[in-house]
Design a protein around this ligand. Structure first.
Ligand code: KIV
Length: 299
């Protein structure tokens, strides 16, 4: 779904970007690049109902969020993958709710259009629905996000219900759930063969509980397609094939900032690592040669 294909101005209820004008005043020129409103969860539902796709990327800081928002990415995710992709941890487990709030604030403040979703980090929701509500309230109140994402299957349906009752939109995350990587025995495809039905049951239970969207990570396309057919709400895939309503990638994977081996499901759209490396080397050479700063950079 490109920005041009989104309902203009994203259907009923979109906040006007300018005050109402007198009937006689000339109509403003149509804003071609600045959409009139925020993507809402009902726009994602419309996309599924109308057979359109949408894109989601992770973002953890102001400038990446701004670039992706301006590029028309419909959803930005402050993933707990900030643990591995920003903070240098080996897994997503160590990141704290306070750290998630810090990243969330930066991303939320930099966007005008994308729906901003933050992960409930490991340890911030498993104890009880009340703990999940308290943590999510902090993500919305202090992190300024619009929705939360929570890992877990049908066992978490009550938690989804509690969040929805509190007015908090929830994206369910099933299939491979990185916070459980030790329990799952590492990064492994989930929902193969007979396990397909369990993934479908998880999705149905979470959607019935009120999740506005079901994200699936590392499941066979056949499983993702079965989930997409079983639930009315939109689905998002990462390593789940082309049959979901939306797709998500970690931005550093998508843009080629992270080095090393990439997962099979990653498509790299740029080589930002080389661009940055070349820029840093050229800068250092200039400094060492005494050619930077030049007169034009000097007061
Ligand atoms: O934290 C994250 O980046 C995620 C995506 C991989 C979906 O959960």
């Amino acid at each position: 779904m490109t920005s041009a294909e989104l309902p203009a101005p994203y259907g009923e209820g979109a906040a006007p970007s300018t005050p109402a004008r007198e009937a006689t005043a000339p109509a403003p020129a149509p804003a071609e690049t600045k959409p009139a409103g925020r993507i809402r969860i009902h726009h994602l539902q419309q996309a599924k109902d109308q057979g359109r796709h949408f894109a989601m990327l992770t973002a953890y800081d102001q400038y990446a969020a701004q670039v992706f928002d301006e590029a028309g990415i419909e959803l930005l995710l402050i993933g707990d993958s900030a643990a591995n992709n920003v903070l240098g941890h080996a897994t997503t487990l160590p990141i704290t709710l306070d750290e998630m709030i810090l990243f969330s604030r930066a991303v939320s403040r930099a966007t005008t259009r994308a729906l901003v979703v933050a992960d409930l980090p490991f340890g911030s929701y498993e104890v009880s629905p009340q703990q999940a509500v308290e943590s999510s309230v902090r993500l919305l109140k202090e992190g300024l996000v619009h929705a939360v994402k929570m890992e877990g299957g049908a066992d978490y349906a009550d938690t989804v219900r509690a969040l929805v009752r509190a007015g908090i939109p929830v994206m369910a995350h099933i299939g491979f759930t990185p916070q459980s990587e030790h329990a799952l025995g590492g990064y492994r495809v989930q929902g193969r063969g007979e396990a397909l039905q369990r993934i479908v049951d998880d999705a149905v239970a979470l959607a019935d509980a009120g999740a506005f969207c079901v994200l699936m990570e590392m499941v066979p396309a056949e499983t993702a397609n079965a989930v997409d057919a079983a639930v009315r709400v939109p689905t998002i895939g990462i390593g789940a094939g082309p049959g979901t309503t939306g797709q998500v990638l970690v931005w550093q994977d998508m843009a080629g900032l992270r080095g090393g081996r990439q997962a099979k499901f990653v498509k790299q759209y740029a080589d930002v690592r080389s661009v940055l490396s070349n820029a840093a080397r050229a800068y250092a050479e200039d400094v060492r040669a005494g050619t930077f700063p030049g007169p034009e950079h000097t007061f």
